[in-house]
Design a binder for this molecule. Structure first.
Ligand SMILES: CC(C)(COP(=O)(O)OP(=O)(O)OC[C@H]1O[C@@H](n2cnc3c(N)ncnc32)[C@H](O)[C@@H]1OP(=O)(O)O)[C@@H](O)C(=O)NCCC(=O)NCCS
Length: 229
């Protein structure tokens, strides 16, 4: 398992277009549809990052990298069932986890939201209580903690919001676990503090989740990608 973290920065137009010429047509179309510049960068750099990782780990040339998606949109590298990955992006960050079993990762920038109502409506009672019983100043942080853990689980399962948010419950004690009424699989969780103002969580079907993160520099990634791929 490896976990990668990248902080995004602006990209000059010619480099942006050059990178776009080296990814799938469908992904390129999706990227150009975004109106917001940051959305474009996040989607493009996420794609470049995973392609670069695949190139290094599996020694696959860019032209041989083909992604397929399950019916809920979770991408997978075609022909490589033991290479699993998941990407998440929020504001300034793109994060990516790779593993030999299904994995889910989520990062969220902490924003002032109506967490009380959201948690009451969509989270389980014990998750709501975990947030509600905390001191006022840490309730928002706890809300995002639960949010990213739940999202990492949903993303590990790969079924999006077809899994109702209150159909499973994340328990945060000494260890973090999930109660979903499905004990066929055992999920492992880990929270990461990469920067104040963000919450990040990983959910894995492996028993251990690495605590190490690999920091990727965007410019180095771009230059490497353009020279190799
Ligand atoms: C994709 C999904 C699973 C997560 O969306 P999100 O939080 O907006 O986005 P993230 O940045 O964390 O992840 C996006 C990436 O996940 C991957 N992804 C797409 N569908 C996925 C799925 N079904 N399962 C896992 N990963 C998926 C893709 O790589 C995608 O990157 P791309 O958009 O650049 O192609 C979304 O379909 C979803 O269901 N979101 C739920 C949002 C929500 O209300 N969560 C509440 C949690 S408490």
């Amino acid at each position: 398992m490896e976990i990668y973290v990248l902080k995004i920065s602006d990209i000059v137009e010619y480099k942006f277009n050059k990178l776009c010429s080296k990814i799938d047509k469908s992904k390129k179309l999706k990227i150009y549809k975004y109106i917001n510049e940051k959305d474009r960068i996040r989607a493009l750099i996420g794609e470049v990052l995973i392609r670069n990782i695949i190139n290094k780990k599996l020694n696959l040339d860019n032209g041989c990298i083909e992604f397929e998606h399950n019916k809920y949109g979770k991408p997978h590298l075609k022909g490589h069932p033991y290479f699993n990955f998941n990407i998440s992006h929020s504001e300034e960050y793109i994060v990516c986890a790779i593993d030999d079993k299904p994995i889910g990762i989520d990062i969220e920038a902490i924003k002032p939201v109506e967490y009380e109502n959201i948690a009451k409506s969509f989270f389980s009672t014990s998750e709501y209580n975990y947030i509600h019983t905390a001191h006022g100043c840490i309730q928002l942080s706890r809300f995002y903690e639960v949010w990213t853990l739940k999202e990492s689980y949903i993303k590990c399962c790969g079924e999006g919001l077809s899994i109702p948010l209150n159909s499973f419950c994340i328990s945060i004690r000494e260890n973090i676990s999930v109660n979903s009424g499905n004990d066929r699989c055992i999920y492992t969780f880990r929270r990461f503090n990469i920067e104040s103002g963000y919450k990040m969580a990983v959910c894995s079907l492996n028993e251990e989740i690495t605590n190490d993160i690999i920091i990727i520099d965007q410019n180095r990634l771009i230059n490497e990608y353009l020279s190799v791929m």
